[in-house]
Design a protein around this ligand. Sequence first.
Ligand code: SAH
Length: 357
Amino acid sequence: MDIKVLKTLLTERGEPAYRLAQAKRAFFVDLGASWDSLTNYSKPLREACQENIAWDVLKEVRTVISEKGDTVKTLFECRDGQMIEAVLMRHDDGRNTVCASSQVGCAMACAFCATGTMGLKRNLAIPEIVEQVIHFSRWLKPKGEYVTNLVMMGMGEPFHNYDNVIAALRQLNDKDGLNLGARHMSISTCGIVPGILKLADEPLQVNLAISIHAGTDEVRDKFMPVNKAYPLAKLMDAVHIYMEKTNRKVMFEYLLLDGINDRKSDANALARLLAHDHRLSHVNVIKYHPTEAFEPSPRENRMAFVEWLEERGISATHRVTFGEDIDAACGQLAVQEAEGLVKQGLEAIRAKRESKK
Ligand code: SAH
């Protein structure tokens, strides 16, 4: 639901302010299915809304659940036919984390990332970001559960779509809406310096994660083209400013590529890079989910890498992996698979729509 358009519509019709709160309640809290669920609106008002504002801008194409049942991945079709994916991770401790996309595709072209191979199609609009979360809220509702956390770690570079991402998070944080705590939301960036600096001044206190993946420019240059524009020294200056201003912890993501960034010297380089701000730094060591480009580090190296960092006084943990069997793990959210399997499904949907006309 496009809240901005609704606001304008309600104002133009001279409706009282509480009408907006009623719609937010129906959409974000009651998780209603259509404008019909707004029973406190008059029929003409409901019809005007229906005509001008889509209740849902995303259409669920397909949802797959991992064998363990802890990961749920949904493929959505946007109104212009573009496809995006989002994932729900159900942690043992009761957290339900949504991993949402910020763009269709991505321009950053990190060599290890499946989304990177797609190129950028376009930015997602605010309702398209919000509704990925609402979709999983609806999915969890019959189980008596709700979304507790949100990470902007799906497809796309969130800081290339800064304004829409922040506006979407604000809507989700809204007390009249889903009321998701800002501290329960994270934005992950490949290292867009202006975005980091902007976030440092953002009133909404969301968490920041940096996909660092290397401790030297020499190594980072090998697989992250963004490092040319924002090399590590510039990136770390921005992180330092962010930490100074917010006093919030920053999570550094580090995926391990066999023989490329997983040696002891790499751990030492990363530890040196983070030494200055080690109090507010935490490294999340990630298992590389093979795309086609690299080989993942063996398990022993991953274990050792965390120990090497800890020996140097850097707090580090392994990231728990979700959804590998359904291609929902980090870097595997690409729509290639959609192009084959899902194309058929879509054609069927279109044919059905056509036949209804
Ligand atoms: N563009 C943002 C958010 C999307 S990627 C960013 O770069 O942070 C989310 C995380 O998954 C990033 O840390 C990214 O580097 C990581 N990732 C990408 N491909 C991966 C792969 N094949 N295996 C494991 N992690 C991967």
